[in-house]
Design a protein. Structure first.
Length: 317
């Protein structure tokens, strides 16, 4: 869990980027580094493994400012993906506060699912479960992935109701959206656990913060809203520009019937729980990841694909 120093008034949380070798974990760190202001992040550094000093992993520290009276920092950690480095990956999950599961859209379903299963087993060794901690699912390399294979992959990756984003990490697309969402979920979880509060201090009444005291989580979100350089933001308006906002609140129940995903055991009265990031598929199609839930607490993930056709053909004469 997060490291807390009450004497220094500081909290340091850890977010691990997990996935197979070459899926884009390090690309996420480098893209975040290039897009965050220097006063909000440190330098990317290489750390030696405690198990094998010849093997290193990369860390990017990010300052979130003062949250709840404590100076708060998050470390983005890209785990090594080589097959022989499983013990090191497991070691990096010690005291982890949040996970980004980076799925390689060009790799096989079996390889991605094996990586996810390794993550679950490694967490279980610490007495923790993936579905009880802040986690975000990122489908990377969507620009070169087969869209039909991506749809099939999404149906077969079982990660509960985690927020879903599509990304092209080497271009920075989807990176800040993923980081902002997982950061907010980590901070929310730490608040619920009382991390950072002095053991002897009585709960303080909340007080409004001036604009200058806003955390970097808010500023990261502003950067996402104002960036306007992503292809999906231009193509899909608010659905592409503000996925974290959509992810943070349930969408009102839909009228009519929603077709149940194949293999899902859901009751009636389905509603959309969360919405991922819209992406273009070809010239006239849009894909939108959804998490659908029923009135009994069951959830299932699916991808909605919309075909955009013109109703009136333009006169070419």
């Amino acid at each position: 869990m997060a490291k807390v120093s009450h004497d220094a008034g500081a909290v340091r949380a850890r977010i691990v980027y997990w996935g197979i070798s070459g899926c884009g974990k390090t690309a996420n760190l480098r893209a975040a580094f290039s897009r965050l202001r220097p006063d909000h992040r440190g330098e990317i550094r290489e750390e030696e493994s405690r198990l094998d000093p010849t093997v290193t992993y990369e860390v990017l520290p990010i300052s979130l400012g003062e949250i709840g009276g404590m100076s708060t920092q998050i470390e983005m950690i890209a785990v090594p993906g080589a097959s022989g480095q499983a013990p090191m990956r497991k070691q990096l999950l010690d005291q982890v506060d949040g996970v980004v599961m980076v799925v390689d859209g060009t790799a096989s379903i079996e390889d991605n699912r094996a990586s996810l299963e390794e993550l679950r087993e490694a967490l279980a060794a610490y007495g923790r479960r993936l579905d009880t901690m802040p986690v975000v699912l990122q489908y990377n390399k969507r620009d070169i992935a087969d869209p039909y294979a991506m749809d099939d992959l999404h149906r077969k990756i079982d990660i509960g109701d985690a927020p879903v984003f599509e990304a092209v990490a080497i271009e920075g697309t989807g990176v800040l959206q993923t980081l902002s969402t997982v950061s907010k979920r980590v901070i929310r979880a730490l608040r619920e656990e009382g991390v950072g509060a002095s053991p002897s201090a009585a709960p303080a009444a909340p007080r409004p913060q001036p604009a200058s005291a806003r955390s970097s989580v808010d500023r990261m979100e502003e950067a996402i809203l104002n960036e306007g350089t992503h292809a999906e933001a231009k193509a899909f308006g608010s659905a592409g520009q503000d996925p974290p906002t959509l992810m943070d609140r349930p969408i009102p129940r839909l009228g009519g019937e929603i077709e149940r995903p194949e293999g899902a055991r859901l009751g009636g009265n389905l509603s959309i729980v969360s919405v991922g990031e819209a992406s273009r598929v070809g010239a006239r199609s849009v894909r939108l990841p959804l998490v659908v839930g029923d009135g009994e607490g069951g959830t299932s993930t699916l991808v909605l694909t919309l075909q955009l056709d013109t109703l009136i053909e333009e006169d070419s004469s």
